[in-house]
Write a protein that binds this ligand. Structure first.
Ligand code: G
Ligand code: G
Ligand code: NA
Ligand code: MN
Length: 253
């Protein structure tokens, strides 16, 4: 209860911020995207990672206000970078399943309009937990976002409920291979088989594929060999503050 009110106050008092983790092309090595990741700078406890407060925010519904803040803050930051002449790649924003209602497309459009951004400037990362509500609930919302030109990425792929039958009905432009399958590459045969199957399937479905949690050069080499498009992970860069990310983009020539 105490943490809930502290988090609410933290949101109101500007204690939340976004870090950005770059995604690199496995072909060129260039920065081709980034994921915005929430941080809470608590006045006493310092930087609190989202794993420690997002579950509570989800339970209490505070994630709706936090999610609205994240969307706006990411768009504000992108617009700010663009005004400075920075060529920032598309920024992926995580969405809680609870944000995924029929108002969402309109809300996203309003924030894009507010900051004068085209839909290709952002991506939305969703997780398989959305599917518990059933495809008839979520597919129309996904279709609306896709029609607006906002790309959807399915995060943590392979860990949740997703049935392959649903996958073909979803207008998903990107699959993110969960890091639990990346960690064992290239030594673990099972992880190799799973990674290969996911990449092959994504290619057939014409989805872009991002490997998460890439920490070693051996993992990178294996994923490149599979034809995976992008990597995200500590090997390339941890999540960094906005200014540090901007500097990486400037130096990425
Ligand atoms: O950065 P870290 O590994 O601690 O993130 C933990 C979890 O928090 C991840 O699953 C990530 O997707 C989630 N997360 C990070 N930022 C956001 C956000 O802005 N919104 C939502 N809903 N989840 C986020
Ligand atoms: O659930 P989601 O995929 O959004 O989680 C992203 C989280 O993974 C981020 O909070 C980030 O801190 C973490 N992360 C990013 N790269 C790596 C990595 O190379 N190794 C590990 N263990 N975690 C990572
Ligand atoms: Na994510
Ligand atoms: Mn993920």
């Amino acid at each position: 209860l105490r943490m809930e009110s502290e988090l609410r106050r933290g949101l109101a008092q500007g204690q939340l911020l976004l870090h950005y983790q770059p995604k690199a092309s496995l072909r060129s090595g260039r920065i081709v995207g980034a994921e915005a990741l929430l941080r809470w700078r608590h006045p006493l406890h310092g930087m609190v990672p989202p794993g420690q407060f997002i579950p509570l925010a989800e339970e209490t519904g505070l994630i709706l206000d936090i999610g609205a803040w994240v969307l706006e803050e990411a768009c504000r930051q992108i617009a700010h970078w663009q005004e400075r002449g920075l060529k920032v790649p598309p920024i992926a924003i995580n969405l809680s399943s609870r944000q995924f209602d029929h108002h969402l497309p309109m809300r996203v459009q309003a924030v894009l309009d507010q900051y004068g951004l085209g839909p290709e400037r952002i991506r939305l990362e969703i997780t398989e937990t959305l599917l518990v509500r059933g495809p008839e609930q979520v597919i129309p919302i996904m279709n609306e976002l896709a029609a607006m030109g906002v790309g959807l990425a399915l995060d943590d792929f392979g860990t949740g409920y997703s049935s392959l039958a649903y996958l073909k009905k979803f207008p998903i432009s990107t699959l993110k291979i969960d890091r639990t399958f990346v960690v064992g590459l290239p030594g673990e045969q099972n992880d190799c088989a799973i990674a290969r199957a996911i990449v092959t399937m994504a290619q057939q479905l014409r989805q872009e594929i991002v490997a998460e949690g890439v920490e070693t050069a051996e993992q990178m080499a294996f994923l490149r060999g599979l034809g995976c498009d992008q990597l995200q992970g500590y090997l390339f860069s941890p999540p960094v503050a906005a200014d540090a990310f901007a500097q990486m983009v400037i130096e990425d020539k």
